[in-house]
Design a protein around this ligand. Structure first.
Ligand SMILES: [Zn+2]
Ligand SMILES: [Zn+2]
Length: 267
């Protein structure tokens, strides 16, 4: 699991198939500093997520349910609503466009730079998409929203790719050109904030063994947050806490469900 420390910006000319998440580094970020540090939100922030008016209520309910799984570990809240676009009250705008656009999201606070009539995330799902697949996609794209990037792009990944096979595989699978494969699969993002390589991360793709030179593979993409995903995001967005005045245990006040049952008896 890792977050990019480089700030990139929304690029209206960018090709947004698959998992487009790259941009140019030419934006003036001063106005956004109050809410962000690099690509990360400020801990405790409430991110306002707007679904496009007319989208399927069942699907919206599922997106909400799965996205909120991140809230148990990151000190971030999502506020969901449905409204006509353009919408100046939203940070994130989710569209549900079919096939060509695939699933994608801007990374972290990059969303704040997207014009108010444009989506910042696309989810290619319907109420017919299985709940397992919906959960996987929503957790993955909301991982971007929290500033995380693909685990195979982490400096800790060190995957020995068989590049010609990788280009061939993604061309056949989703018609990606080499530039897009480089951006989404092969390129390493330099960062100092990363965990050890995590084969179970929600941010990792499935990797068939013929795509590597040493037989390394990831048989199945993860469908849920891994233990490292949970602990790493909690480090990036640490909980607000107080100490119990009697037993001195830390109590997380930003996660109200994790109440403290004091073991010390009243004197
Ligand atoms: Zn992705
Ligand atoms: Zn106590």
């Amino acid at each position: 699991m890792f977050v990019s420390t480089q700030v990139s910006s929304y690029d209206p000319d960018a090709d947004i198939g698959g998992d487009a998440d790259m941009g140019r580094d030419d934006h003036d970020w001063s106005e956004m500093e109050a809410r962000s540090s690099g690509n990360l939100w400020v801990k405790g922030d409430t991110i306002r997520v707007c679904f496009k008016l007319g989208s399927d209520a069942v699907v919206r309910g599922r997106v909400r349910q799965y996205a909120q799984m991140w809230e148990s570990y990151a000190n971030i809240k999502f506020k969901f609503f449905t409204k006509k676009w353009p919408d100046e009250d939203s940070d994130v705008r989710i569209a549900f466009k079919k096939k060509k656009d695939g699933n994608n999201s801007q990374v972290g606070t990059n969303v704040l730079n997207v014009p108010e009539d444009r989506p910042t995330m696309n989810l290619n799902i319907t109420h017919k998409t299985s709940k397992t697949e919906t959960q996987r996609l929503v957790l993955h794209e909301f991982g971007y929203l929290l500033g995380c990037k693909h685990e195979h792009s982490s400096p800790a990944a060190k995957i020995k790719w068989n590049k010609p096979e990788v280009y061939k595989y993604y061309y056949l699978k989703c018609r990606w050109d080499e530039g897009k494969v480089d951006r989404n699969v092969l390129n390493i993002t330099e960062t100092t904030q990363h965990s050890r390589f995590d084969k179970k991360s929600i941010m990792l793709y499935r990797i068939p063994p013929n795509l590597t030179l040493n037989g390394f593979s990831v048989p199945k993409a993860a469908g849920e947050l891994s233990p490292t995903d949970k602990s790493f995001i909690a480090m990036m967005y640490p909980p607000d806490e107080v100490r119990c005045h009697r037993c001195k245990e830390r109590i997380h006040t930003s996660h109200p469900n994790q109440g403290h049952k004091c073991q010390l008896k009243y004197i």
